[in-house]
Design a protein around this ligand. Structure first.
Ligand code: CA
Length: 386
């Protein structure tokens, strides 16, 4: 451990660099809130005086997160010790609390926090899950996120083919988009269920397209389709509306990817708004906050199955985090803490990490190399930097 010297312990942050990455994609795809024709990412590097460097990632418009980090957070980070991760989190959050309890300031904290955990792991030569209290599992079941809306001649036939491809690739769990209209959603879900058979887990995601009434009406029709969870049926601010949907349906309701910090999740939990919470580490406050949210959920008996999106950095962070979450409840046949694996077109996800996280037979191995365990390809950063 080269940071412990004769004159005592020292490790200090010396610099923070942000990378705004963006690229066009081959085939645009849609969901209930719009269409994607480009993919973007905001990648962090945090440097220390001992030569150890950490990588982080956060979500949302990358230029905005980058501006927050460079103008507000960077001066607060220089000379701090990355191991003081909770202290740093509180410092950044309290500094911006008056105007940033939710939204892009917390998103920016998320990326910083992930990079600090990468540094801690690399400094101690331990994978992050070891620092989180250990791994409950060496393999994590993955699910394919795809089946978005497409501008094609025969969308239903294309949908069935895509679903079957995921099964052929080894996935035993698939999440599809809904939120076009209840009628179209039902046709799409029935098509996919028929294409994959009854044994594959199927989740549906409305990206908060509906009000309570429509969500319940649609949900009752979906009950026959053996849905593993119904994600974001209603708007994320509608904590009580969520609870009504959750009470009314025989399908577990999931949500939380658009929620921030333990304070936001406290409301979802108090009102028992969801059956499964889905914090995204790159949105909700990083690994530090994710761990607190998962423990809070556990005290309410609610499983935490994080949302994951972005490049291999975000995926690796989610994987260490999932490894460290106990089953809720503990059982011979627990609810599987699944890893979300986006299957849509994204060169940044495909190329940024040299040792790409891959599924085999629907499972992903938890990384055992130090920190996040990712090898970032800096040529890819150069190529896609804006
Ligand atoms: Ca979602």
């Amino acid at each position: 451990m080269n940071h412990i010297k004769k004159e005592g312990y020292t490790l200090k942050i010396t610099d923070v660099k942000t990378h705004v990455l963006r690229c066009k994609i081959r085939e645009p795809f849609g969901f209930s809130q719009g269409w994607y024709d480009t993919r973007a990412a905001m990648i962090f590097e945090i440097f220390t005086d001992q030569g150890i460097r950490g990588w982080g990632e956060c979500w949302g418009p990358p230029e905005v997160a980058s501006a927050i980090v460079n103008t507000v957070f960077k001066p607060l980070l220089i000379d701090e010790d990355p191991f003081d991760v909770d202290k740093i989190w509180e410092k950044l959050y309290n500094h911006t609390k008056a105007f940033g309890q939710k939204g892009m300031t917390v998103v920016a904290i998320s990326g910083v926090d992930i990079a600090l955990w990468d540094i801690m792991g690399k400094t101690l030569s331990l994978p992050i899950h070891k620092l989180l209290g250990g791994s409950f599992r060496n393999m994590v079941q993955a699910y394919a996120t795809g089946l978005y809306f497409k501008k094609v001649k025969n969308p239903i036939a294309v949908l069935a083919e895509e679903a079957q491809e995921y099964v052929q690739q080894g996935f035993h769990a698939i999440k599809m988009k809904i939120g076009l209209s209840p009628e179209e959603d039902l046709e799409r879900v029935r098509t996919v269920r028929k294409a994959i058979g009854d044994d594959v887990l199927l989740m549906v995601d409305a990206n908060h397209a509906y009000n309570v009434h429509t969500a319940i009406k649609l949900g009752r029709e979906l009950e026959e389709q053996k849905i593993f969870w119904f994600e974001e049926p209603v708007s994320p601010e509608d904590v009580r509306g969520y609870a009504e949907v959750t009470r009314s349906l025989n399908i577990p309701i999931a949500g939380g990817e658009a929620e921030f910090t333990r304070f936001g999740f406290r409301e979802l939990l108090i009102h028992r708004s969801v059956d499964i919470i889905q914090p995204d580490l790159c949105i909700t406050g990083g690994i530090s906050e994710g761990k607190k949210i998962a423990i809070l959920a556990n005290t309410f008996g609610i499983p935490c199955i994080p949302h994951a999106w972005g490049t291999g950095i975000a995926l690796a962070a989610a994987l260490h985090f999932i490894a460290s979450i106990p089953d809720c409840p503990s059982s011979a046949n627990p609810i599987p803490p699944l890893l979300e694996m986006d299957q849509t077109s994204n060169p940044l996800r495909e190329l940024l990490i040299k040792n790409k996280i891959k599924q085999k037979d629907g499972f992903v191995r938890v990384p055992t190399n130090p920190g996040l365990g990712v090898e970032v390809d800096e040529e890819v950063i150069k190529k896609y930097s804006v």
